[in-house]
Design a protein around this ligand. Structure first.
Ligand SMILES: *[C@@H]1O[C@H](CO)[C@@H](O)[C@H](O)[C@H]1NC(C)=O
Length: 387
């Protein structure tokens, strides 16, 4: 028994040491390119920190809003409209770039939810999320890492102060691939984002995460990212080609199951969210303004008051009913007592009646006897007379 245990421990130690994350880059490069088995396995239960690299992408410290900027390009917090405009061109340029280079990418998380509603970004969302397969991720690392891409919008123009003319929106984006992509362990969670597409003007970015078939032998057809999101092959592929923010895009095959699995049914039903209201007429999420909020607050207060009034009314009704029941109960008790008393009286009176009844019966038989004896005497007398 002991030897078997030793063998098992040695075997697991050996597999541990041959993990991709512990091997030099040259050894990694010699692995078959598109084989999912070439990626270090995924172990959720044992939170092992294998070959962990320092955190690669950095966000400014401070409040949560700052987490949406890449430190290298962050100068200031953007107002709502600038954020919307930045994100619009982030996703358009990204989708265009990936399409142009034949790299398959698809919408994920809140970005996919936005597609479900109206094929647009959710206006309150600071995150933009896309996914790629690890094969694409490796290709990105090898062929496109550190690209600074200049995008010229074919859809939008903006005012150029230098020339005082409307010119196509032109921006530069930085594609940066995390060197920690070669291990698929979550580890501390510092490197769960595999790549970023960053607006170099202000540091807002798209988070790109890879999904790998991390345990092809134990769980074939199960794809996971480093942050434990899980998909079946048939949920992802074949991808559906669609439009997002007026650009060609892809969504996973079973998009609705993925969305409701992640956010619940509420996410595709609720028409108010984070200070925005869905317009079923325009198919747009509108940001609620101060006046809307004021009206809403009054409505809420009125609704609350109404609810309270209803509660009081209900309590009063319950109280009245309880009281009525008590009174009825009292009446019933009295009636019962009366009935019992009457019965007792009847019984007492009935005793007399019974004896008079008896007496009546006795009297009747006595009378009968008298009558009989009388008749008999008369008969005897007549017989005597006749003889
Ligand atoms: C991508 O490039 C950066 C330098 O710009 C480098 O630090 C990083 O390690 C590279 N990523 C990969 C996966 O090689």
């Amino acid at each position: 028994m002991r030897t078997l245990e030793t063998i098992l421990i040695l075997a697991s130690l050996l597999s541990f040491l041959t993990d991709a994350s512990l091997l030099p880059r040259s050894a990694l490069a010699s692995r078959p390119r598109l084989s999912p088995g070439g990626w270090a396995p995924f172990r959720r239960k044992k939170e092992v920190h294998v070959g962990e690299l320092p955190k690669y992408f950095h966000e400014p410290d401070g409040n949560k809003a700052l987490h949406h900027y890449d430190t290298r390009y962050h100068h200031r917090e953007l107002p709502y409209d600038d954020k919307q405009d930045t994100q619009l061109h982030l996703i358009r340029s990204y989708l265009e770039y990936f399409q142009k280079h034949g790299m398959e990418t698809w919408l994920a998380h809140g970005t996919l939810l936005g597609w479900w509603w109206n094929a647009k970004l959710l206006p309150w969302d600071w995150d933009i999320d896309t996914q790629v397969s690890v094969a694409t991720l490796r290709f990105m690392a090898e062929k496109h890492n550190s690209t600074k891409y200049t995008y010229v919008s074919s859809l939008d123009t903006e005012f150029d102060p230098a020339t005082s003319k409307q010119v196509p929106v032109t921006r530069t984006y930085h594609l940066d691939v995390n060197p920690a992509i070669y291990t698929r362990y979550r580890n501390s969670g510092d490197n769960v984002i595999d790549a970023r597409w960053i607006d170099v003007r202000n540091g807002l970015y798209i988070d790109i995460t890879g999904v790998a078939e991390t345990m092809p032998k134990e769980s074939p057809g199960i794809w996971t990212c480093k942050n434990y999101h899980k998909y079946k092959s048939r949920e992802l592929w074949p991808m559906r080609e669609t439009i997002y923010e007026r650009v060609v895009a892809k969504v996973p095959y079973a998009y609705e199951r993925i969305i409701t699995g992640e956010y619940g049914e509420r996410a595709i039903i609720m028409e108010e969210y984070e200070g925005h209201r869905w317009s079923p007429v325009d198919h747009v999420w509108y940001k609620k303004n101060k006046a809307d909020e004021k009206i809403e607050l009054t409505e809420q207060m009125e609704a609350r008051k109404k609810k309270q009034d209803q509660k009081v009314e209900k309590l009063n009704k319950e109280y009245e009913e309880e009281k009525k029941k008590l009174i009825e109960g009292e009446g019933e008790r009295k009636a019962k007592e009366d009935r019992a008393r009457e019965e007792a009286e009847e019984r007492a009176a009935g005793g007399g009646r019974e004896s008079s009844k008896d007496r009546a019966v006795e009297r009747r038989s006595f009378t009968g006897n008298i009558l009989l004896s009388q008749a008999a005497a008369e008969l005897q007398q007549s017989e005597r007379q006749s003889s």
